[in-house]
Ligand binder design. Sequence first.
Ligand code: HEM
Length: 123
Amino acid sequence: MSETATPTLYDRLGKRPGIEAIATDIFNNHKSNPIVRNRYVNSDPATVIRLVTEMCCAGFGGPETYTGRDMITAHTGMNINEAEFVAVCDDVLSALDKHSVGQKEKDEILCILYSLKNQIVHL
Ligand code: HEM
């Protein structure tokens, strides 16, 4: 009997190039989303895209190292609310749709995002 391991999310999303393309669209979605756009007015797009790419690569099974701050430190003092959290999740899902990411992968990613909610909201 043989078993075939499911490839990592990193592999299924197209490794770093695929994840970077998705992270770029997530950032662009935030910039055009009225619920969260003002949060990113002072952000350097390349830096935010790089850090989100690194975090996803590292968390999804890739060899990258995440060089940014932990989620609590990064979001403390922003007092992010639930509607903003949902808006960010919606921006992620629509970027995943744009890249034709499968339902299974979208479900896995949404679970990961939701698991981080308490490290992001009301801090
Ligand atoms: C699970 C959801 C989220 C994840 C995985 C996430 C991830 C990240 C990461 C990796 C960074 C960079 C950390 C660093 O600067 O060292 C960051 C920064 C930031 N996040 Fe989030 N975030 C999430 C939700 C949110 C929400 C809901 C908001 C509010 C709308 C938000 C607003 C910001 C802002 C304003 C920054 C700073 C950007 C900058 O320094 O220019 N994040 N986030």
